[in-house]
Design a protein around this ligand. Sequence first.
Ligand code: UD1
Length: 369
Amino acid sequence: MGPVDLKKIISVVGARPNFMKVAPIHDVFRKHNDIIHHMICHTGQHYDDQMSKVFFEDLELPQPDFYLGVGSASHAVQTSSIMIEFEKVIIQQKPDLVIVVGDVNSTIACTLTAQKLGVKTCHVEAGLRSFDRSMPEEINRILTDSIADLLFVTEKSGLNNLQNEGVKSERVHFVGNVMIDSLNKYLMKCYASQIHSRLKISKKDYVLVTLHRPSNVDDKDQAIKLINLLNKVSEHKKIVFPIHPRTKKNWTEFKIIGLLSGNVIITEPIGYIDFIALLRDTALVLTDSGGIQEESTFLGIQCITLRNSTERPVTVDIGTNHLLGNDLHKAALKAQEILNGNIKNGSIPELWDGKAADRIVKIIINYLR
Ligand code: UD1
């Protein structure tokens, strides 16, 4: 037998929603460690233990091979710092491929860096479009997809969007959703979570809330409207509100956190297993997150999305997501309706079957041959 041609691959993680997307890909690569050396680079975009370390533990991810430690900053400073640091890693390691996931600043920064050094890249969760260019994530998605070599798509809308943008079909692969791979794998573990007793709440008798989009939490007037909505919903059910660092920082500065009613339980950000346990047993989730729209559709949990657009339309078309935009009066009425039992039955989108990472790795191995 000739010498084995070991291919080097670096996957990039930076922010909280990246960890559960890379974990299943890493798992599958481990089975192919005779031909693939898979490494993880953490840019340090998120650095608090509750935004990062706890996810490595919960998702059984190894310590990252490279930690860039860029931290928080303006978009330009954060993106460019990641590029400067990631360039050093690429020059030193000369990988055969870089994998990026999602739509955060780390995603575009590392794609651009690798491409400029002639390193092939692939984008997991490609093709999603909100068609709202005021979202930083939309800019990151469009730019990443336009330069990455391989595009892995989670839902059919992504195929249409890429086709409409003139992307050649050879670059595009419909593989399903790696985040659902993680959810599938860890769902059983959630039964051991103590989070409900810790928060003194009963299953199905609370509403889960997450809010962190700049459009919702960076503006004081909008924040106060959201607080009024939460207070209204909390007249009927307790609310559990794990508060994102961005939201906490802004709402503390605005001095408005105290306006939340006593029926709103505010917690620190919550780790992966405990969060899934909360999501699986909530009566309803109110959110502006992207990933939670997908996780709630998979779990059959009613979700009210407090945004004007979604880049994940399948969750509205066939899932349990209700896109209610900025009409918070309408959102309050919808929440009431749902809590009264008037729910939308959903189904699980195609290929959200826990095997997306297997498909991705198979395509990558063929591609690198
Ligand atoms: C980022 C992503 C967003 C994703 C979100 C998930 C971009 C453009 N945005 O937004 O798409 O949905 O992560 O959480 O990449 N902070 C901490 N500790 C941390 C991280 C952040 O205190 O570990 C605080 C800092 O004050 C920081 C602020 O949160 O300035 C915002 O963090 P940043 O990474 O800029 O963006 P996110 O709002 O988290």
